[in-house]
Design a protein around this ligand. Structure first.
Ligand code: UDP
Ligand code: MG
Length: 162
């Protein structure tokens, strides 16, 4: 639906997306970024970091009772992670659609995990699962000054705003 500028601005969301060490090591950074970029979402923060195990435990704190928690945190801290923030209308929910189901065996073809991963423990990408987690994860991984607000020339073509 076409909107005026203010209505569009009010619909904008931000989500935290990370390419995990397996995705980075497999050379899938450009492939994954291009899927978000071509869709029409906007990159507003990006950095490559090796998180400590303590940091990984903070990121996955919701899962601390799960049997795979320790291995998951070891894995996330085992190498470079590409941390990003993507912005757009509906980006939190639609970002999860682009990513696909947690278990790549259940991810549809056409999704990132469906096309590029095989097992749940090496599913190459993380995405926030809702507005609250998006807010918390962005705050955990980025300083406010690392988030870049800008208008892209493509926005009027993507959203139909003037
Ligand atoms: N995970 C795992 N075994 C499981 C379930 C999850 O190793 O049985 C890992 C997997 O890498 C997943 C991460 O834990 O991406 C976080 O789990 P969550 O349920 O939050 O899935 P996601 O939000 O990443 O789809
Ligand atoms: Mg999750």
């Amino acid at each position: 639906m076409l909107m005026d500028k203010e209505a569009h601005a009010a619909e904008l969301e931000r989500t935290f997306i990370a390419i995990k060490p397996d995705g980075v090591q497999r050379g899938l950074i450009a492939e994954i970024i291009s899927r978000f970029e071509r869709k029409g979402f906007k990159l507003v923060a990006i950095k490559l970091i090796v998180p400590s195990k303590e940091f990984a435990q903070k990121h996955y704190h919701d899962l601390k009772e799960r049997p795979f928690f320790n291995g998951l945190c070891d894995f996330l801290s085992s190498g470079p992670v590409l941390a990003m923030v993507w912005e757009g209308e509906g980006v939190i929910k639609y970002g999860r659609k682009l990513i696909g189901a947690t278990d790549p065996q259940k991810s549809e073809p056409g999704t990132i995990r469906g096309d590029l991963a095989v097992v749940v423990g090496r599913n190459i990408i993380h995405g926030s699962d809702g507005p609250e987690t998006a807010k918390d994860e962005i705050a955990l991984w980025f300083q406010p000054s690392e988030l870049v607000s800008y208008t892209s020339n493509a926005e009027k073509w993507i959203y139909g705003v003037n």
